[in-house]
Ligand binder design. Structure first.
Ligand code: GLC
Length: 660
């Protein structure tokens, strides 16, 4: 008998039911009599939101009344760093700040697949590729949990959009489920052993995720081998007896759960729940307390948090177009757009952080170039105003270069609702047109959590996607535009020419009660590449102030793995970082044209060369066989290729698996 079972044997039924139920929105139950402490669970993925009960609660759940903490770039930007070390460092700093505030489990990271680009929480998620998502999520979690603070890998399963999120029934065919939607969870759980997984609100194949035995027992525990605790999303449990029997160990939420507690007590009496089931959940929750060993209240360093946030922001912003505009050679430029003065650096909803301190692009550019002139260009969340536009046009006509800062202010990128469009607002588009009519050197810097259409691309001369870059947004933006730092971000999501080109578009939001993932495995670049659909910017795209060459690619086949190496050289005049992105084309007519199987980021000074080595495990080149209901590595020819930062092949080799 283990130590947890000894404690459980001393517990009354009532104490056990207290343990599996929250005690307020951010704390678990506890058993004073047996020294079983309460735990604190709180958001979020890009910063600690610890409720400050004394703060003026500005909303029902006091999401905006919290203590200040570092606001890191949201995970959409972190994904574009392609940098495991950056993810690990953020995890470690999050742990330090969480422990300072007494938090045991931080409710993140969100790793839901980016299927439909209008997804309201896409700023909170990583990528349209499960390998990129899981590699970075694992490092984030390892950084966090190595310091004794737990994570909650979320939102399991199929919570890919906010559309009817509390009730929609998500239906995913078997191969897409295994090769795409479960894959990020499978790889992340294998590589980081998350202390908890959060069961999502939606239904999966009929049952609410928190009540689905198929999702929580068969797929998560039996198939994937997860052995931590499953917690519900907040108020995601409707039938607590069904949820407990399905394997949902801890019910979290905002409402009073005495009714659910009574239902469990009744079910124990009438045999609907076995004592063993209840004890198993208690055991997982007792073990969770021991895993969350961080010393609570230990002082943290928010300035270190700021510098970690800054480094990640610099490494993840993406330069999409640059016709000799950046780096800014001198101060003959003006800045336009409210987002320059009051930047948008995070999304809305449960992930929101009261940031420790922020910087704005305008003030940071002025520190480098002096008193740069500025015009608002538009008024956030207000109708188009011709006079505001004309003031900006007047300014732009007097300077060599005009830099326009835009956020998606008129539509939400927030939890609980998806966007209706990928377009910028009318007034933003009018501002771009207006500035381009009086100036021939126009740059646009976007502060958006996700994908947007760019019909104006041919009219402008430079374009940066700076995402929701966290509290260091200003300093990071200025460092990159000035050339103090070099861009090295690469897109983690395809930017289609128009929303309707997206493969999920025909299947999304057609029926309120159901979302059927009709596009199957052909999601994101797997679709655009295979079906030859032109895109605005491909997955992996991102320019640099320098250039890189690839040579001498080699493939060595090992036992259940393939090692691929290639020489990468910085052939430009400035230091920079190259992301080696390795894709595979598997044998067969029923597979995507290419799929990411490995990557690494190399920081190289001018002229420096490195021998990049990437190891690919067989499970990452396998195909789900729907007859055998298992992954298999097919016989035949595998083409491995490195794609450069503009979406083209820069090195490729084939290997025949018949003699693997
Ligand atoms: C929310 C979110 C989840 C968050 C939780 C606590 O509804 O779906 O991501 O961690 O509730 O705020």
């Amino acid at each position: 008998m283990n130590k947890y079972q000894e404690i459980i044997n001393q517990m009354t039924t009532e104490e056990k039911i207290d343990l599996i139920t929250c005690n307020g929105p951010w704390h678990t139950g506890y058993v004073q009599r047996l020294n079983v402490r309460e735990m604190c669970l709180t958001d979020g993925p890009n910063g600690v939101r610890c409720e400050n009960a004394s703060a003026q609660a500005t909303d029902k759940h006091n999401l905006h009344g919290s203590y200040s903490a570092t606001c890191f770039p949201t995970l959409a930007l972190l994904a574009c760093t392609w940098d495991r070390e950056s993810a690990h460092k953020i995890g470690e700093q999050l742990a330090s700040e969480a422990a300072y505030y007494g938090v045991d489990v931080l409710l993140g990271p969100g790793i839901n697949h980016k299927r439909v680009p209008v997804g309201g929480r896409h700023f909170e998620y990583f990528s349209e590729d499960p390998v990129l998502t899981s590699e970075l999520a694992s490092e984030y979690i390892n950084g966090l949990q190595s310091k004794g603070v737990g994570c909650s890998l979320k939102h399991y399963l199929g919570n890919n959009t906010e559309y009817n999120r509390f009730g929609v029934n998500v239906i995913i065919e078997e191969r897409a489920l295994q090769e795409i939607y479960l894959k990020a969870f499978r790889r992340t759980i294998k590589k980081s052993s998350p202390f908890t997984v959060m069961a999502a609100y939606n239904r999966f194949n009929g049952d609410h995720c928190a009540e689905s035995k198929e999702a929580l027992q068969t797929l998560l525990r039996d198939d994937i081998g997860f052995n931590g605790a499953v917690i519900s999303d907040w108020d995601a449990v409707h039938d607590r007896v069904k949820a407990l029997n399905a394997g949902c160990d801890l019910e979290m939420g905002f409402i009073d759960y005495s009714g659910h507690k009574q239902a469990v007590a009744d079910a124990l009496k009438n045999g609907e729940i076995s004592q063993e089931t209840l004890d198993k959940s208690c055991e997982r929750l007792l073990e969770l307390r021991d895993k969350c060993f961080a010393e609570k209240g230990k002082p943290t360093d928010f300035e270190n948090g700021y510098s970690v946030a800054y480094e990640a922001a610099v490494g993840g912003m993406v330069l999409l177009k640059n016709d000799n505009i950046f780096p800014l050679a001198n101060s003959d430029f003006c800045v336009i757009g409210m987002a320059a003065e009051t930047p948008r650096y995070q999304g809305e909803g449960s992930s929101r952080v009261e940031s420790f301190r922020t910087s704005s692009p305008l003030e940071e550019l002025r520190k480098i170039y002096g008193e740069i002139p500025y015009a608002k260009g538009y008024i956030r969340n207000e109708q188009f105003d011709e006079s505001v536009l004309n003031e900006a046009k007047g300014l732009a006509s007097k300077h060599k270069t005009a830099i326009i800062f835009l956020d998606g202010d008129d539509y939400a990128e927030e939890e609980s609702s998806d966007r209706k469009t990928l377009s910028l607002s009318e007034k933003h588009l009018k501002l771009i047109d207006g500035i381009c009519s009086v100036n021939k050197r126009v740059a646009v810097v976007l502060q958006m959590g996700g994908v947007t259409e760019m019909p104006y691309l041919d009219k402008i001369q430079a374009l940066v996607q700076s995402f929701f870059a966290g509290e260091a947004v200003g300093e990071a933006t200025a460092a990159l535009l000035s050339g103090k730092c070099n861009f090295s971000g690469r897109l983690a999501e395809t930017y289609p020419v128009k929303y309707e080109d997206n493969p999920a578009y025909p299947y999304y939001a057609k029926e309120w009660e159901k979302l059927e993932y009709g596009e199957g495995i052909y999601t994101g670049y797997r679709y655009y590449d295979t079906k030859n659909v032109p895109v605005r910017f491909p997955f992996g795209y991102g320019l640099s102030y320098t250039s890189f060459s690839y040579s001498d690619m080699k493939i060595i086949r090992g036992k259940n793995k393939t090692k691929v190496s290639v020489k990468i050289k910085n052939t430009g005049n400035v230091a920079g970082a190259e992301v080696a992105m390795l894709f595979v084309s598997k044998p067969g007519a029923d597979v995507p044209k290419k799929e990411l199987v490995g990557f690494d980021k190399y920081y190289l000074s001018s002229g420096e060369e490195v021998n990049a080595e990437i190891e690919v495990a067989d499970e990452d080149i396998s195909v789900w066989d729907t007859e055998k209901h298992a992954f298999e590595v097919r016989g035949g020819v595998y083409a491995f290729a490195f794609y450069g930062n503009t979406g083209n092949i820069v090195a490729e080799k084939q290997v025949n698996n018949d003699n693997f």
